[in-house]
Write a protein that binds this ligand. Structure first.
Ligand code: PBG
Ligand code: ZN
Length: 335
């Protein structure tokens, strides 16, 4: 190593022998010192289920993502399972929307039917259901609306009914994404009362009010008709508050806690994992997916490389599992 020209060397007598590149010189060596390794087991694949038969409708702002009727969703799940991905999460788009989102807890609703058919075809696949009202309400809000307010407590009962109907259909796990206060406790109590004491809850615990959900609202037709979700979802500027949110959900009985979105909130994932040591999920949301797809479609970034880098970053930050629209593509690359 070259001697420094003036002053004292910043190196100790030994650093000139240190070359961090030595363990980077071949793929074999790199693989030996690699700290974070992705596997298809890390992924949860989101599916958007719609009424009808043989429906496979592309979502414009999410290339590669489709609105699927139940029969098509079952086919998709076969492929997911074959790729070694352990779980899917289902979102439903109902036949009719109304003020209170009645189809959310309808035993013959689209998600409930999808759960029954998927579990019958693939008993080993873990079927998670998203529990929220915004796909089912005519106003697109995550709860009951009075005036301009999304009212918390009256919404809890509906969320509990929805979660119970998913459990009765055979779901393996429910995932409340509404961000109402107290919903984990109410869902836990309702499930327990009906004999589902062993059914886990994955709570969207630190869910931010994010611009990155835009494409999802196309896919789920759930954009709010007025106002926004800032009264219940978190302010992107807050970190300590995320710790409080997660602590509350754990106290109420959450088995897995989620941070959402993922990429812009890697610091939150790390804090949550370090603070609680709980099974921690991260949701790489629609906007994160869409940006990578758009950049790659323009030839501005290398699709596969950036996809894998985004996922390994989320795992490195501390996520034990990731909800990602890239699940199938990434699993194929990992095979
Ligand atoms: C419903 C819900 C949303 C997402 C997951 N569940 C949208 C929202 O809160 O507006 C977003 C997922 C994504 O963007 O991929 N509450
Ligand atoms: Zn919602």
């Amino acid at each position: 190593m070259m001697a420094m020209q003036t002053g004292e060397s910043i190196f100790t007598p030994y650093t000139e022998f240190i070359r961090t590149r030595r363990t980077r010189m071949t793929e074999g060596l790199r693989s030996m010192v690699r700290e974070t390794v992705l596997t298809p087991k890390d992924f949860i694949y989101p599916l958007f289920v719609v009424p009808g038969k043989g429906v496979r409708k592309a979502v414009k702002s999410m290339p590669g993502v489709f609105n699927l009727s139940v029969d098509e969703a079952v086919k998709e799940c076969r492929e997911v399972y074959k790729l070694g991905i352990p779980a899917v999460i289902l979102f439903g788009i109902p036949r009719h929307k109304d003020e209170v989102g009645s189809e959310a807890w309808d035993a013959d609703g689209v998600v409930q039917e999808a759960v029954r058919k998927i579990k019958k075809a693939l008993p080993q696949l873990v079927v998670i259901t998203d529990v929220c009202m915004c796909e089912y309400t005519s106003h697109g809000h995550c709860g009951i609306v009075r005036g301009e307010e999304i009212v918390n407590d009256p919404t809890l009962e509906l969320l509990a009914r929805e979660a119970l109907s998913h459990a009765e259909a055979g779901a393996d796990m429910v995932a409340p994404s509404d961000m109402m206060d107290g919903r984990v406790a109410v869902i836990r109590a309702t499930l327990d009362d009906h004999g589902f004491t062993n059914l886990p809850i994955m709570s969207y615990a630190a869910k931010y009010s994010s611009g990155y959900y835009g494409p999802f609202r196309d896919a789920a037709d759930s954009a709010p008709a007025f106002g926004d979700r800032r009264s219940h979802q978190m302010d992107p500027a807050n970190s300590d508050e995320a710790i409080r949110e997660v602590a509350i959900d754990i106290e109420e009985g959450a088995d897995i806690v989620m941070v959402k979105p993922a990429g812009p909130y890697l610091d939150i994932i790390r804090r949550v994992k370090d603070e609680f040591g709980m099974p921690t999920a991260a949701y790489q949301v629609s906007g994160e997916y869409a940006m990578i797809k758009a950049g790659a479609a323009n030839g501005w970034i290398d699709h596969d490389r950036v996809m894998m880098e985004s996922l390994v970053g989320i795992k490195r930050a501390g996520a034990d599992m990731m909800l990602t629209y890239f699940a199938k593509e990434a699993a194929k690359l990992l095979k």
